[in-house]
Design a protein around this ligand. Structure first.
Ligand code: DAH
Length: 345
């Protein structure tokens, strides 16, 4: 009995596997599992098996029935899938245009950096880059911050675990692009017009801060450079980047490395300066700037009696948000590599 059951299982399986179409498969199903099918008939004979072996043979028969039914089901799915594919093949229209490969694009911050560089290139600023891993001297010391000056705390600096240099101080991750000022003065003699765009790092991470961000730093040094040049440069940028109808204004401020120091505001693009929920009374804060402090010029080997200059430093992420009116719930999404976000730009 056992032997016969296994033989029928084998026969059924080979036939099912070889079936070419649904009709043939149905016939095989009938031949084995139908009312007078071979397997059905054999199962009926289990009652004649000696009683002590009956449960065992019964279990085997059930297993075989289930496995043959399963195999029929699987084969049926396969045959139907084949049929669908064949239909598809018939309606394949080779004159249809092919699928375009998905093309990537520059990150929106890179796009902003390129746009900003181009604007400043028009008025003679040359793009430079200075180290992200920097000496304290260039980021702070040379910019008039004494060693324990509390203003340093505003820059939330990362320190590198390395031996401090006797002259340059500790090694840090640059917290602002102003570290390029004295480096540029050491590299070139006036007249100088530089644009330093770089990654900066500060120990801040929340919805409006990322630990790595970008700044662009402009610096112009020459004979008789005045605050009027600074205002003219700001206006040029504001008109080119934000639009002709936007205005800029200077507000007195304090930085260690500029005298006088200013903060620059741009008129709000949403309410046109009238005041709305987006801006502070019609103006949005762009960033800092000022006339370079004579001590900073001296630190860069430039004679403040002969030359003067201005500098400014603004955040790339910030100007981008101000331009696009992007209201990101969390700034960190910019660097999250989330394609659903990035593909929108
Ligand atoms: N470095 C400053 C900051 O990160 C911004 C800044 C202020 C840059 C005044 C300048 C400047 O060049 O003159 O907040």
């Amino acid at each position: 009995m056992e032997h016969e059951l296994l033989k029928i299982k084998n026969d059924a399986s080979s036939l099912i596997i070889a079936a070419e179409d649904e009709q043939e498969l149905n016939q095989i199903k009938l031949d084995f599992l139908g009312k007078s099918g071979k397997l059905t008939q054999l199962v009926k004979e289990i009652k004649n098996v000696p009683e002590e072996r009956r449960p065992e043979i019964g279990r085997l028969a059930n297993e075989i029935l289930a496995s043959v039914e399963d195999l029929v089901e699987t084969k049926l799915n396969e045959l139907r899938g084949r049929k669908r594919a064949a239909v598809k093949k018939q309606i394949l229209d080779i004159t249809l245009p092919g699928k375009k490969p998905q093309a990537g694009h520059l990150h929106l911050i890179t796009q902003a950096i390129e746009e900003i560089s181009e604007i400043f290139e028009h008025i003679g600023f040359t793009r430079v880059r200075y180290p992200e891993v920097e000496w304290d001297w260039y980021a702070f010391g040379s910019l008039n911050f004494s060693e324990n000056h509390p203003a340093r705390d505003d820059w939330e600096t990362f320190f590198i675990d390395a031996e401090p240099d006797p002259r340059m101080g500790p090694m840090i991750l640059t917290p602002h692009t102003s570290s390029g000022q004295v480096r540029e003065m050491e590299r070139r003699k006036p007249p100088i017009k530089m644009l330093n765009i770089a990654k900066c790092y500060r120990r801040q991470s929340d919805i409006s801060h990322t630990q790595m961000f970008h700044q662009f730093e402009g610096m112009a040094i020459g004979d008789g450079v005045s605050i009027a040049d600074l205002k003219g440069t700001f206006d040029f940028f504001v008109h080119s980047y934000f639009g002709k109808n936007r205005k800029s204004r200077l507000r007195p401020f304090h930085f260690q490395f500029t005298e006088p120091s200013v903060e620059i505001d741009v008129s709000c693009g949403v309410c046109n300066g009238r005041g709305c929920r987006l801006c502070k009374g019609g103006w949005l804060e762009l960033g800092g700037g000022g006339m370079i402090h004579p001590e900073v010029l001296r630190n860069g080997g430039v004679d403040p009696k002969k030359y003067s200059g201005f500098a400014f430093g603004w955040g790339v992420e910030r100007v981008l948000m101000m331009k696009e009116g992007l209201e990101l719930d969390d700034l960190r999404i910019l660097y999250s590599n989330r394609l659903d976000f990035l593909e929108q730009f």
